[in-house]
Design a protein around this ligand. Sequence first.
Ligand code: FES
Ligand SMILES: [Fe+2]
Length: 289
Amino acid sequence: MLTEVERAKAGARGNSIDYDRISTLHYLGNYVRRLPSNMARMMENAYDWEHLPFVHPSSFSSIDLVDSGAWGWRARIGVPGGLEPTFQMLDLLVDAEKNYWVSTVFNGPGEGIEIHTQAKTLSEEEIEVDVRFYLPEAPGDAASAAAILGYMQTQYATLYDEDIDLMQGRQSALEDRSRWRDHSDDTSEALVGALSDLDRAKPHTVETATGRYCVRYWQNRWIAHSAVCPHQLGPLQGSEIDPNGLITCPWHGYSFSVVTGENQDGACGALAKAPDLVERDGKLFLIEV
Ligand code: FES
Ligand SMILES: [Fe+2]
């Protein structure tokens, strides 16, 4: 629930970038980074408010969406690390044609900070982002300006380190999915391993012609579930099964029952059905019929 002040300030925000505003702000400095990603994945990442507390836990402890659309998104985010819960209201406005976006803190600590990002394509597999930091007013002296800039550059270096894995993981997941779709009518069998060799303490990832699956020993039996999150294809093979039989996706935190495959919050579909697990001659197979 938003406070009165948060609601009023959110309601007063516009949904398009006001490029003239920059002239009224103090330009602090920038952070430039080359990234091994294409532009589609970068823009998708800018719109993806939901990944923030999961992929960037040192920068965001929670997020509550206020509104989103083709224009971007507006949300209340939790700032990690304080003794008291601390929140900021933030929006990210996108100019999709220019590959440009602006995030503005409009309530809470750092109110008035605007961060303008211009992304440009260098090649099919590489882009560059120029992240420019603006403050409502110049800091009191050069030393504090340098300290604030250094802090922001370090934070953005961490954010982009974390985003590289997400963007690359998503790109290869999309490629995997189109390969699997070409084989969706195939029957196939894939060896999981010899039962005497299979370590019961860890998950075993097996790829068949139609998907990637995770085989685990759980509650005294072998089970198989899809290793691909039905939300946006996040990797599920690294997720531990919790005491309620749930696994949680690292990208946006959706959780799924390993027994039924159902998503717990009804926010997306269920896990793809895994092939049958069949034991034959002391070996375990995944068999698709
Ligand atoms: S990809 Fe979004 S929760 Fe899994
Ligand atoms: Fe991100």
